[in-house]
Design a protein around this ligand. Structure first.
Ligand code: AMP
Ligand code: ZN
Length: 474
């Protein structure tokens, strides 16, 4: 066993509401980690991306501590209704109405947009991405298992999980189910109890749904919760070591995942549950994908920010605390990244072994911060203090590379142009393109090339097409 593996990792486990030591059972070679992924009916917003960044800090920390990680993330491309409680419209169908595309095109388009964001943020891709629509048989199979064990009942619109049959249903989220039941009597439809939830929904008899599959119960589609249980258990087995998601999932989605998985297998579904707290705009307002009122990474990039600035902002707060987003906070992260690069750029290519007592002490402190339930803010402070210390450049350089395995700030590269320069607003870019078109029309190629170069320096790439000049930012 390597030295670093002996260091103790401690994480907050939502299931016990306490910090616990993380270890793997003896016969498990790699961490079985499942994270709830995006519902691909719209762009991911920067709140969603904060959750994936937290999961990336976790994944990288596990690897830094020499664990192998088998990391699975799902893509929800069917079954997530506008209310997490099986009511309302299908989010994918709403996405299709909004964009005039088919549901399949919507899923593909937003999946690719999501992958691009993940890549830009330097989030390590999971070992496996899995799509709900690729796992319909596994979901049907799981519902059948529950049915055979007597945990389900049918209504006119679907197969439901009978939550009163699972004694521990309320435990995970500390739910007061009696009060919930009192409050919900009127809008329960045919559900027997307020916390019952759909495992499989029937297609309406008089119309065809955009996405539907044959099943033992007729044509229909899976409930959102069953997707995650079926895919997680199919790829990682009945018990996971860590299951992650945002805090919004605790009350319904993860509570339901536990109920249906544990009733089907009789085993603990996840040993650790870790949840990322929300990113908020202002003091209280929630960023909501369904209302369309949200910020995307692309909006930040179009305003001249660099993805590493957003990554640094996420690192400055603890994943279990709210992060109040503001452009002032992002500007501070921009300054922070620039200051870091001023110190790390001159160290590039100078790394030696980490061997002196003081270098090993910095490394030890960094490890302690990350092992303490992912204290990223403290880890950043240690990086900054180490850079200001009198350690020699060779060891400093090596420690930057070592710490950046976890921080993922791309400190092995020089400061990105965007982090150096102020950005251009869209109107300014378009005005420059118009000036360039004018210069070209006047055959003033020196001027048109100058403008092209000026834009290139700002990370704006131009492409001349028969329809005119189109541009994209890096
Ligand atoms: P969704 O695509 O809505 O299913 O959400 C994807 C992930 O983002 C889930 O883990 C959610 O819990 C998480 N999430 C949703 N909204 C926020 C937010 N404002 N801040 C942080 N995480 C969020
Ligand atoms: Zn899930």
């Amino acid at each position: 066993m390597s030295k670093s593996k002996q260091a103790i990792l401690r994480f907050y486990n939502t299931a016990s509401r306490s910090i616990e030591e993380f270890t793997l059972p003896k016969d498990v070679p790699a961490v079985r980690m499942y994270c709830c992924g995006p519902t691909v009916y719209h762009y991911a917003h920067i709140g969603n991306l904060r959750s994936y960044l937290f999961e990336d800090f976790l994944r990288r920390t596990l690897e830094y501590f020499d664990y192998e990680v088998n990391h699975v993330v799902n893509i929800t491309d069917v079954g997530h209704l506008t209310s997490d409680q099986d009511e309302g419209e299908d989010k994918m169908e709403k996405g299709a109405e909004r964009t005039g595309k088919t549901v399949w095109e919507v899923a593909e388009y937003y999946t690719q947009a999501f992958f691009k964001d993940i890549d830009l943020l330097n989030i390590v891709a999971p070992t496996l991405w899995c799509k709900a629509t690729d796992h319909i048989p596994e979901q049907i199979d799981l519902v059948q298992k529950l049915e055979a064990k007597g945990y389900t009942y049918n209504t006119s619109d679907g197969v439901y999980f009978d939550s009163l049959k699972f004694d521990r249903y309320a435990d995970f989220a500390r739910l007061d189910v009696e009060n919930l039941q009192k409050g919900a009597r009127i809008d329960m439809g045919e559900k027997k109890f307020v916390t019952d939830f759909a495992l499989w929904k029937f297609s309406p008899a008089d119309s065809q749904r955009a996405m539907e599959w044959p099943s033992p119960w007729g044509k229909g589609f899976p409930g959102w919760h069953i997707e995650c249980s079926a895919m997680a258990m199919h790829h990682l087995g009945p018990t996971l070591d860590i299951h992650c998601g945002g805090t919004d999932h605790i009350r319904i989605h993860h509570t339901n995942e536990i109920a249906q998985s544990e009733c089907a297998t009789g085993q603990t579904f996840a040993r650790f549950w870790m949840h990322g707290e929300f990113l908020r705009m202002g003091e209280s307002s929630k960023m909501s994908k369904s209302s369309g009122d949200f910020l995307t990474l692309k909006v930040l990039l179009d305003q001249g920010y660099h993805p590493m600035e957003y990554r640094l902002l996420a690192l400055t707060s603890h994943y279990r605390n709210y992060l109040n987003f503001s452009f002032e906070a992002l500007d501070s992260a921009k300054d922070g990244l620039r200051n870091l690069h001023r110190r790390t750029d001159p160290l590039i290519g100078k790394a030696t072994a980490i061997s002196s007592d003081s270098a090993l002490k910095w490394q030890h402190d960094f490890k302690s911060a990350m092992s303490d339930d992912l204290n990223t803010a403290k880890a950043l402070g240690i990086l900054n203090s180490m850079l200001r210390s009198d350690l020699d450049d060779g060891e400093k350089s090596a420690l930057v590379l070592d710490f950046d395995k976890v921080l993922g700030l791309q400190l092995d590269k020089t400061m990105p142009e965007k982090a150096k320069q102020s950005s251009l607003a869209t109107e300014e870019i378009e005005a420059l393109i118009a000036q360039r078109d004018q210069a070209k029309a006047e055959r003033n190629f020196i001027e048109s090339d100058r403008i092209r170069d000026e834009l290139a320096n700002q990370g704006i790439k131009l492409q001349d097409t028969p329809q005119g000049t189109i541009w994209e930012s890096e």
